[in-house]
Design a protein around this ligand. Sequence first.
Ligand SMILES: [Zn+2]
Length: 341
Amino acid sequence: MTDLSAFIAGLPKAELHVHHVGSASPRIVAELAARHPDSPVPTDPEALADYFAFRDFAHFIEVYLSVVDLIRDAEDVRLLTYEVARDMARQNIRYAELTVTPYSSTRRGIPDGAFVEAIEDARKAAEAELGVVLRWCFDIPGEAGLESAEETTRIALGLQPEGLVSFGLGGPEIGVPRPQFKPYFDRAVAAGLHSVPHAGETTGPQTIWDALTELRAERIGHGTSCVRDPELLAHLAEHRIPLEVCPTSNIATRAVASLEEHPIAEMVAAGVLVTVNSDDPPMFGTDLNSEYAVAARLLGLDAAGVAALARNAVEVSFLDAAGKAALIREIDTYTAAHAGG
Ligand SMILES: [Zn+2]
């Protein structure tokens, strides 16, 4: 381990763009598979590591859906959520906004109340036992259409889970125009939720403009294509609209051809506030610490620069002011101790 990767590993961090099911590590999937022996997913962690070895995007979807199929009851939901927090604690992630897609579970017959109770139980236990503070972004799976938007909004606003802070939109962008989801985002924002849709990952800058003007986005998930539009870059910088950048995910999904061509440095050079995130870490063979190492390489950062990135994520998170101040203090204390040798 290099000095910088050791620094990153110990650095207290916040993660703002990471998916619930997409965070199921081979260890967690093995536990879920053991609960459902009829599933084709292997239960042995070593066989699972092979099963997870990323080949291409189609393989990612196949693995993702087979994990979705293992989440059949509220206990599966609770186990997944708590164990994801355990994997976060090991990386010194202190705070995470986890993108949860309740529609995937309610559609499969888990009652909405039981689903919400399961994630909330896991959230409270993770905070008390693991020191990881979780908040939720409920997202609309865009490919499932307006019915899923209605259902996601109904669950968010009807049940109002204590940990819910934001409202998102995921799934494919091509063929799924953002403006059609405006009425649902209007309702969510009116109810006090923050708007954080995915946009401009696999489509051009217009999708990001749509997210800003139609969905009232406060942060943009990915936003990779913003660098193709100087006016958009200037707008994001001027209005301090942060991007949730997930470098390895962008390569895995072919949104960007190679890490060397990743536009994160261009974003930073234009004055846009970036945060570094892992998206679906085990499925893309990464974790947040690796993503920080990648960002450090692409941006030429030393320990102080990496600490500044970690501060960015806390500052633009939806954690309350006292929580933010405490986490910034932790980052500063850790960084000062490191600098002191
Ligand atoms: Zn995502």
